[in-house]
Design a protein around this ligand. Structure first.
Ligand code: SF4
Length: 276
């Protein structure tokens, strides 16, 4: 892993994402190295020749540049890296940002695949308006290893949600990305339902080189689903997502838990947001 320190002008950047006004990415690159990573396009802004997942830039910045007047604004950590990658325990750049935000009136959202945030429970409890999410798309650690080789195990993530929730921190489960035919949404919801305040969903969106990578993986490991993947990703058929959306809404009623649908396609997203 190549670790460098880089100087960043600002750590808080205005965001076009639907649910956040600002994003903070204390690192560039991500050691979790997910095979489907949506953020790998960021490599071209880093100047790195190495493969995505093999470098991490630790951002140095002037924390005075974080504005204090953030009332009514949502700040997300992070959008193109994991704020609790294992090097956070050494560099503490995410903690620094959170310390600063704890003095503001921002709504702070943390989204990670890691359980390391439990080490910051003391600080998290001091942030007045916070929600903490953990992404999970399988209960099968073999599949998790194939897709997210650098990220913590399923059990570690479930335990982290439990620990955060037990401390009174608002938590959510982000079932993302949903792999057609592989992600068992009901089983994941059941595993985490008692530890979260809401559940968000996002379907697998394949762009750029990730499309060939994932379709190749499915052909090798799950050939029985290959035709379905081709229909969804080569022909743009929405049948699978429409079914999942209906299933998820039924489950929300059954489990009495709010859900937020982040399905990317406008046609399947329409009407899918509930109880946010
Ligand atoms: S955790 Fe997120 S940013 Fe990191 S490799 Fe995985 S998808 Fe990409």
């Amino acid at each position: 892993m190549k670790i460098s320190t880089v100087k960043a002008k600002s750590i808080l950047v205005k965001s076009n994402l639907p649910a956040s006004d600002y994003v903070a990415n204390p690192y560039a690159g991500c050691v979790h190295n997910c095979r489907y990573c949506y953020a790998s396009f960021m490599k071209r802004f880093t100047g790195h020749g190495e493969d995505w997942g093999t470098f991490l830039d630790v951002k140095d910045y002037d924390s005075d540049n974080i504005p204090r007047l953030l009332k009514g604004k949502t700040v997300l950590l992070s959008s193109v890296t994991d704020p609790y990658n294992p090097y956070e325990m050494k560099y503490r750049k995410s903690r620094e940002v959170l310390e600063r935000l704890s003095d503001t009136e921002a709504h702070v959202e943390i989204l990670s695949k890691s359980d390391l945030m439990v080490k910051d429970i003391d600080l998290l409890k001091r942030i007045p308006d916070l929600s903490v999410g953990i992404s999970l798309n399988t209960l099968d650690d073999d599949f998790r290893r194939d897709m997210e080789p650098g990220a913590p195990s399923v059990q570690r993530r479930l335990k982290a949600l439990e620990a955060l929730h037990a401390e009174g921190i608002t938590t959510y489960l982000f079932i993302s990305p949903i792999f057609p035919y592989i992600t068992d949404i009901r089983a994941i919801m059941e595993a985490a339902n008692d530890s979260v305040d809401k559940i968000c969903f996002e379907n697998l969106n394949l762009r750029g080189s990730a499309k060939g990578e994932i379709i190749g993986y499915i052909a090798e490991k799950y050939p029985q689903y290959l035709d379905g993947y081709k229909l969804i990703y080569n022909k743009g058929d929405l049948f699978y997502w429409e079914q999942i959306k209906a299933d998820v809404e039924a489950m929300s009623e059954q489990y009495s838990i709010p859900l937020v649908n982040y399905f990317y396609h406008a046609k399947i997203k329409k009407g899918g947001k509930k109880n946010d």
